[in-house]
Ligand binder design. Sequence first.
Ligand code: MAN
Length: 353
Amino acid sequence: MRNKLLFTPKDIKPSIKDWKIVGVLNPAAIRRKDGKILLMLRVAEQHPQHGKSMSCPIITSGDGFKTEKIHKTTIKGKMDNVLMLKDGTCRLTTISHVRQAILSKDGFYIESIDDHPTFHGTASEGQYGIEDPRITKIGDKYVMTYVAVSINEGVSTALAISKDLENWKRKGIVFREQNKDVVLFPEKINGKYVALHRPEGFFEFSKPSIWVSYSPDLVYWGREKSIIQPRENSWESERIGGGTPPIKTKAGWLEIYHGVKKVRDRNVYSAGAVLLDKKNPEKILARSRPNKPLFFPKEKFEKKGFVSNTVFPTGIVPDGKDLLIYYGAADSVVAVKKLKLKNILNSMEYFRG
Ligand code: MAN
């Protein structure tokens, strides 16, 4: 396995002078026609903070923004970048957009990075920012899903389509709040587009799990079902969510996902693998063992950061017999791991019948 730290906040120019880059994380990854690898990095920024209130930017029409001042006396609690207010609503202390970077064909060297937001929230979509993009090539189209955060639509997932990875046509929200970790399969199965996603609700009979959903047109989704659940006493006991878009292998669809466990009340995010039947993605053929994630926070940059002890895979690019996995570490930096497909398949536990 080869592992490399690729991007840190220092590599990113703030989109507005004086703003602070808090993290560069959770990238989409796709190989371009010329063989180079394109990443869409999530960049989380903070407006300058002064005095007794927090300034939370909101995108307004055009490229503008205004700041909402949240007075400290109205804040009930804070978790990472989320402010819980006494009136029961919440705000984010950071705002995210997407920045494009180009890597060498082997996926380990940075060739360029945009010095301005490549894709960002608008007044009508993601006014509190856009997060965690994932890109899947379906036929001759590139399809990007991303979390769009806004005052009325909360934390929803939206979708955009491009033919050239430059001009994106926004299709609006496809999975309403609260729903994240949407990854699309690269081809239709039984005549339908297929997505994995992770809805959440207030009445939790069980812990947040990975669902499947089907669509005739990428916009309207249905026939939803929870197919992969967290497992007690494991690296994925608290919650799980889709990670990278599924990859087709001879053995089935390979999905690299994330799972969370609690250690002394603190979350630890690890990565695991699951293999789904080629014709029936609801059928689980194999999965990382409960005591053995595919990888977990080990390096210093994975253990310490804005959200410590986090590896969060979101991009995958086949490279011969290997897979390049791009992930956010500690919600602060972006890194890559090169793993042998054979080793991933051999590390899983296979189920009968
Ligand atoms: C979680 C984290 C944050 C993100 C918010 C809103 O708290 O994933 O990074 O900003 O959700 O999506």
